[in-house]
Design a protein around this ligand. Sequence first.
Ligand SMILES: [Zn+2]
Length: 356
Amino acid sequence: MRLETGRKIVVKLTFISNRLAKKHSTGTFHPESPHRIDVIEEWIQSQTHENVGYELLDQSASREDILLIHSADHYNLIEKTQGYTGHFHFDADTAANSYTFKAATQAVAVGKKAILESTVNSSIFALVRPPGHHATRTSPGGFCIFNNIAIAAELVLHEKKYDRVAIIDFDHHFGNGTAYIHEKNPNILYISTHADPRISYPGCGFVEEIGEAEGRGYNISIPLGYRSSEADIKFAFEELILPVIQQFQPNFLAISAGFDAFEKDPIGVLGVTSEGFSMIGAYILKISSELNIPFANFLEGGYNIYSLPKLISSYISPFIQDDQERNYYDISLHPNDQTIATVNRAKNILSDYWQL
Ligand SMILES: [Zn+2]
């Protein structure tokens, strides 16, 4: 894949939130708070860019859609929290209130709309709460209830709308739910950059985790060391992500967009600057435009309430602005030794499956 500066297409970007996103609550002082949506909404409404839209969706996904990947026990457990007063705690950091079940089924519905309706020139950003990428087949976890992106990917394969979906997850944390749900599926390629599991939740996502059975080679984990920046993510894209995606030739690109890799995130250990998110956006657009495939974003983490709108604004700027002159890839930072070693090791392990 050629590395070009600037961009080719301007994408209309529609943020869609689930109506009950802000009613789902995880408890006082929890970083995954309704204010995250408040500040993003305020920012969207305060700016008037012609290529940015905003909608609220009231629909809920069906039980059938959710059971495409989640167990009936998981679904029933969440459904039961509707009658609960106060907060029901699934584990130390994941909780539900009486609105959570409905909010979560709506979040799945937004994700479904995003993957079914995004086109090459008109992309949906699922601005949802609760987030999804840590939810496994059988359990909520890591602030996540149902796995919005994993359900969406499974659904389009099931409906035969697409037959190869690539998921790129740039959230600070490894999307263990998404990775393991699809680990045997060679039609869903999952690629994640995340903080080293030895120093970060969820404690997995090592470079050796490449999928299982038929799906071996279709999970790619790129753990990054303490304070790694966009330079490390750039190195991962250039050396590994772009070549693999080029060979996989997906029909759709789904993004787990988390903003907790930001250098000032209250729960993160990585060091991506706000400009770094523009570079990531530029890579996403580059893949979409060079393969001529649609993409959609799914909000995952990002807990710096003051900076979150700025980070999202930075991330989407390559999509919506016709700025051929700007080179988003021209950054002054350099990858660290750990990243270079990790990416080289990943290339070595994955060379049985991809030309690297
Ligand atoms: Zn995260």
